[in-house]
Design a protein around this ligand. Sequence first.
Ligand code: 13P
Ligand code: SF4
Length: 307
Amino acid sequence: MTNVRDIQAEIMRLKKENDICILAHSYQGHEILEVADFTGDSYALSVKAKGVTNKNVLMCGVRFMAETVKILSPEKRVILSHPEAGCAMADMMDKEIISQLKPKYEDYTIVAYVNTTAALKTICDVCVTSSSAVQIVKNIDNDNILFIPDCNLGAYVAAQVPEKNIKLLSGGCPIHAAVSTRDVEKAKALHPGVKILVHPECRPEITELADFIGSTSEIMDYARTSDDKEFIIGTELSIAEHLQYEFPDKAFYPLSVGLVCKNMRLTTLMDVYNCVRGMGGEEIELDPDTIRDAKKCIDEMIRLNHE
Ligand code: 13P
Ligand code: SF4
């Protein structure tokens, strides 16, 4: 094999032969999305994980996403594409920190962003993703919410659902949180009049300046359906790249060139090739108690995500 196309063809053959479904988060590289059976944001991938019929699932993304697949489909063999692909935000808050805080928040519903470890999910009440958080918080039958770990997504939700008492802890995505108002000024000066689309993991002073706030898939859908020809994209650089492939006649500019998630970029096409031939990656193993307790939290997310 000498080129990307040959490797992709071999991956397609091997995943069929070995009964593997490839799920890939939208932050993965273009050449990986091309061999995936399903791509999308964290919510879409979670829902998809429930309905996969293959015996094996390869998650091209980060650890909490592979854990979510395992929790929803414990009978399947779930492989994370790169053993070191973690999430800086998920690694920030552990079960012990929240266990210690729980007595202080007895009357609160604990809402956990899906970017959390499986262990932490076991002591939370409901999971949310960036695309479902507002709707789910509205539907929770409690006005008191403790939102963890992302204080930026939490602040965005609090602004959309002002009728609820939402307490935040200080955590978040260091990559999105590093976007500054200076980046916004620079991008506006370089591309006057161009709309700014940002992820809710950006800080409130950034989301306030944006024209649209949404998850990775929502940002892509906005750009797909808009008549505009240019966009400034405020999330991981891969999203602007995918959009550029899809719409060669439109232009997508990064809000900041610092928007690079090194964990998401760890997985290469050769890692995917190795995983589908039974080498590399890491099989996700969770004990039955963790699966049982964390599942409640994810099932609640799917149950409460309705108008
Ligand atoms: P999405 O819910 O938009 O897929 O976001 C996941 C994520 O990790 C963003 O940094
Ligand atoms: Fe985690 Fe941030 Fe990377 Fe998303 S971009 S996977 S929140 S570190």
